[in-house]
Design a binder for this molecule. Structure first.
Ligand SMILES: C[S@@+](CC[C@H](N)C(=O)[O-])C[C@H]1O[C@@H](n2cnc3c(N)ncnc32)[C@H](O)[C@@H]1O
Length: 209
């Protein structure tokens, strides 16, 4: 399967290191009390987030992505993470396979229908009363202007379709318009990167139908 990320896989972690590291730590802090639970990172890219969790004692870690070059980087350093090449809109896992599903920086760049498919698939995969943790952009009047400009530049460089999807995501109020309140209940949300990124945790309330 081809992905626009195939050609940047080798530089992805290095380019984003400084910006992303505090966000990875914030995610780990939110997840710490669920250290023994099964966690799936949907659209995991280079597996950078789960590698941090693995180094800090999390054991039952799984990740998937559509890009094999991104997953080749994820496989480096021989951690215990289970890695799968899969399409996040329709995975091969059984219903309710994981306690927690993480989606990090994968929604904003997709069109609305793919965003909805990611959330729907995550909901299907989460165990009863399990959690979804979503990390993505969130702009409001508290977001630092320089951060907005920086993110806009990065998203523009990523290509026209990607940029249009990003603009749509921000215009639609990001995650807030995507999450169905009948299916998920907000547990906590932390803003990061000068209020340009939000780490949101929701609990699954409605079971699969
Ligand atoms: C911006 S990167 C984010 C990677 C990682 N979650 C992170 O926080 O660094 C988006 C990732 O989504 C993956 N992706 C895009 N569409 C996908 C799909 N339909 N199924 C699985 N992965 C997908 C890309 O290959 C890429 O690795």
């Amino acid at each position: 399967m081809k992905s626009e990320y195939d050609c940047i896989a080798k530089i992805y972690d290095t380019v984003l290191y400084l910006v992303i590291k505090p966000i990875r730590i914030a995610v780990m802090n939110v997840l710490f009390k669920y250290k023994e639970k099964s966690i799936l990172d949907l659209c995991c890219g280079t597996g950078n987030q789960l590698k941090l969790l693995s180094r800090n004692g999390f054991k039952d870690l799984h990740c998937l992505d559509i890009s094999n070059p991104m997953l080749e980087i994820a496989r480096k350093n021989g951690s215990q993470i289970k890695i799968y090449t899969e399409n996040a809109t329709k995975t091969s896992f059984e219903n309710e396979s994981f306690a927690i599903v993480l989606i990090s920086f994968a929604l904003h760049e997709k069109n609305r229908s793919t965003q909805e498919s990611f959330i729907k698939e995550a909901h299907r995969l989460i165990k009863k009363n399990g959690f979804i943790l979503i990390v993505d952009y969130y702009f409001d009047n508290k977001t630092a202007k320089l951060v907005k400009i920086g993110i806009n530049i990065i998203e523009r460089i990523a290509g026209k379709e990607h940029y249009n999807n990003f603009k749509g995501y921000i215009r639609n109020n990001g995650l807030l318009s995507l999450i169905n309140k009948d299916k998920f209940k907000l547990v906590k949300a932390h803003k990061r990167l000068f209020n340009g990124v939000i780490v949101s945790m929701y609990q699954k309330t409605m079971t699969n139908r």
